[in-house]
Design a protein around this ligand. Sequence first.
Ligand SMILES: Cc1cc2nc3c(=O)[nH]c(=O)nc-3n(C[C@H](O)[C@H](O)[C@H](O)COP(=O)(O)OP(=O)(O)OC[C@H]3O[C@@H](n4cnc5c(N)ncnc54)[C@H](O)[C@@H]3O)c2cc1C
Length: 450
Amino acid sequence: MTDKKAIIVGGGLVGSLWAIFLARRGYQVDVYERRDDMRLAGYSGGRSINLAMSYRGKYALAAAGILDEAHYAAIPMYGRMMHSPAGELTFQPYGRAGEAIYSVSRGGLNMDLLRAADQFEQVRFHFRHKCLDVDAGHGCVRFERQPDGQLVEVEAPLIFGTDGAFSAVRHSLQNRPRFNFSQDYLDYGYKELTIPPDTEGRHRMELNALHIWPRGRFMLIALPNTDGSFTCTLFLPFEGEDSFETLQSDAEVSAFFERYFADAVPLMPTLLEDFRKNPVSALATVRCSPWHFGGKVLLLGDAAHAIVPFFGQGMNAGFEDCTLLNNLLDACQENWSEVLPRFSQMRKPDADAIADLALQNFVEMRDLVADPDFLLRKRIAAALAERFPHEFVPMYSMVSFSNVPYREALLAGQAQDALLAQLAALPGIEAQMAAHPDFERVFRQWQAQY
Ligand SMILES: Cc1cc2nc3c(=O)[nH]c(=O)nc-3n(C[C@H](O)[C@H](O)[C@H](O)COP(=O)(O)OP(=O)(O)OC[C@H]3O[C@@H](n4cnc5c(N)ncnc54)[C@H](O)[C@@H]3O)c2cc1C
């Protein structure tokens, strides 16, 4: 292809990162974004204020050459801090010493990515342009420009849909024959709340942890921000007992928090105000295929595979899309007609796997992390990883601290469950762990099987 031009629809996290990769390859890139330029207008995303970045996300930022710019304001979280109903705290490390996932500001990171992309003179941003549809056959995209409502039509040999879970680009592909699509909502919604800094501007809880109040059917979590605050997210059923439906008045909200999250209440002076003001949002898994049309149009990030947030991997997976696509372009000498179908085919099983893992992790976070049997298996997994560091990598670590394909991590996790169940059943394992006389034997037998 001689005409190195591309249109990116959506200047969010994945779109602005992909613009950088393309610019480095010498493409003229036009990014069209529905919202205002958040560097001028401020961030008004309306979705989670911070998010957890792990290895795959950092790896992609490094591959794009911007790790330092985009990652400096991150707070390492070395494990989960569980808050029991009585207010007791238990810390559960995520991995080996020093391994962490990172709490980053969503708006801050998006702005860093926009700034980094803007450093390339061949990247142009067009804000307040809402994509209406795409004519995939002709490589033509229609936008409505604000504030004048003008219709704008543009063409390019390559079009990338990075316009998120409710992608207009994907919607256009859906109108074509043999396009598969499913969207599954959880019966749960989420609402964001705040734990502000103390009077000295310091964090009111342990800074380097992701806090969880697991309560069986629902949970509250909190991630630290660099300004001393925590962003809390309440995940709760929409309807039924203990649901958003039953929390209408201030009195109902107060009673619910006092009953289930009593240790958090004194840390949340604006609880009632936040609860009234902040919306309840829905959570869905979106699966579709193929992600491409011919050698011209490709969906990336949430537009291709939106997942529920319980493994903290949505953005990480979208960033990894960029790294893998970039690698494939090298491997195929930038032959787009070959690259797009190959990418779509190669990556889809991994997107499906992380979607499944994210759904599974919801049960783990809201319920199992408070279950003694589950905690025992976690301790056994940690003991295995310490005793056989080159032979046993826990599934959580594969997902969060490596770029092993998600599908492999899912299968390894299923195999590991069988081993952990066997070891957990050994009498005396709790006290002896790796020193247990049968520990190595059971491990070797399992290893020979898988
Ligand atoms: C509560 C919650 C917590 C999360 N926590 C984590 C986490 O801890 N770790 C993690 O890795 N992921 C997390 N995620 C997932 C993460 O937010 C997404 O995977 C990520 O934002 C996807 O990036 P994206 O660029 O594909 O889409 P988006 O971030 O949604 O960006 C899409 C962009 O396209 C623009 N756009 C939309 N429609 C149009 C249109 N018609 N025309 C033009 N522009 C348009 C939007 O304005 C936006 O800028 C979380 C998600 C939620 C909801």
